[in-house]
Design a protein. Structure first.
Length: 356
């Protein structure tokens, strides 16, 4: 083994070691770093527009873009989270004292079912109403208890949250200001052809923008509409239900119907006909159509990822990475598919090099 080969292997070992050490240092704030990068990608077009308006002054353009992100994204999310946690704590208190009992509503629905439906449910093992009632009540109690616990955690972890927020905003400023230079430098480090690099970068940015811009806008719109109709019909904790509908809207083929459909059924079977009909019509004609109208406009067909892949990757991402997973899951799925799209070209290029 010559000296140059030995030197190269030693350098690779050093490179891997320092990379692992650096990543371990960043891990405590990986969420802040991740969202700083995502927001930089989303708001890069606005930054370029401001850069042209400000005569190429990068610091000013980045600062104005950062303030825009703070006003239209960060502050609304913080206020909504605080309101949601507070409402969840109130729901838990009411359920813990017995003032609110989900099992009672389930029992009311089952009591009006005809005999043939009871027989059908018995075939599927759902005939034990009391057991089902207790399980649903316990599940709802645990969910509201989680939100109540978060109210305490937010107060205890305020400093850590502020540090993470500061890291994200600080990084976002420099990614906006120097993002193009960083992207050009990063491309030089990727041992791929220019065409393959462009394909991967285009796929990555398309999926990130489509997932965040399209899915979040659709989810927020459906959640807001669902929360509004719940509030209009006098359903308690409408903000909590609206946020739950927004989260479920992130999952293709599932959607907000998992929340409003059972409520509409409860209204109809308990004699609240106009409330049930109103909620059903609003859910189908307004909430349901939002997905069909807004998602194609905001997301389009550029991602070329099947709905079932998005569903599975989103669920898997949420399970592995938590809330960050609704972006990470589809992003990794898109990169996986993009790399396999490039695989035949890579084989062909390798065979051509071998024949020379």
């Amino acid at each position: 083994m010559n000296n140059s080969s030995l030197y190269f292997r030693a350098f690779l070992l050093l490179l891997v070691a320092v990379s692992i050490a650096f990543i371990s240092v960043l891990l405590p704030y990986y969420g802040a770093i991740f969202w700083g990068a995502i927001l930089a990608i989303i708001f890069q077009p606005l930054h370029r527009y401001l850069l042209s308006k400000f005569g190429g002054r990068r610091n000013l353009a980045a600062l104005v873009t950062l303030l825009t992100v703070l006003l239209i994204v960060i502050l609304p999310v913080i206020l909504l989270t605080l309101s949601l946690v507070s409402e969840g704590a109130n729901v838990y208190k009411r359920m813990d004292t017995g003032e609110l009992n989900l099992g009672t509503y389930v029992e009311q629905v089952f009591s009006v079912f005809p005999p043939w439906l009871h027989d059908l449910l018995a075939r599927f093992g759902i005939s034990d109403i009391f057991s089902l009632r207790d399980k649903l009540s316990q599940g709802a109690l645990q969910g509201s208890k989680f939100l109540a616990t978060q109210a305490v955690n937010i107060g205890q972890n305020t400093f850590q949250f502020l540090v993470g927020l500061g890291v994200m905003l600080y990084l976002l400023f420099f990614l906006l200001r120097d993002g193009m230079e960083l992207a050009r430098h990063s491309k030089q480090l990727i041992p791929l052809s220019e065409a393959h690099q462009q394909h991967l970068i285009r796929k990555f940015t398309t999926v990130v923008r489509a997932t965040v811009k399209g899915n979040i806008v659709v989810a927020v719109t459906q959640g807001a509409l669902g929360g509004f109709i719940f509030w209009a019909l006098g359903i308690q904790a409408s903000l909590l239900w609206g946020v739950l509908m927004a989260f479920l809207s992130l999952l293709p083929a599932v959607g907000a119907a998992l929340i409003w459909v059972p409520v509409a059924i409860y209204f109809l079977v308990t004699g609240a006909i106009w409330q049930g009909v109103t909620l059903t019509l609003f859910g189908v004609l307004v909430i349901g159509l939002v997905d069909n109208v807004l998602r194609p406009l905001l997301v389009g067909k550029d991602t070329k990822i099947p709905d079932y892949v998005i569903l599975i990757s989103t669920l898997g991402g949420l399970a592995v990475f938590g809330l960050n997973g609704f972006v990470m899951g589809p992003m990794f799925a898109a990169l996986f598919m993009a790399c396999w799209d490039l695989f035949p070209d890579a084989i062909r290029m390798n065979n051509q090099d071998s024949q020379r």
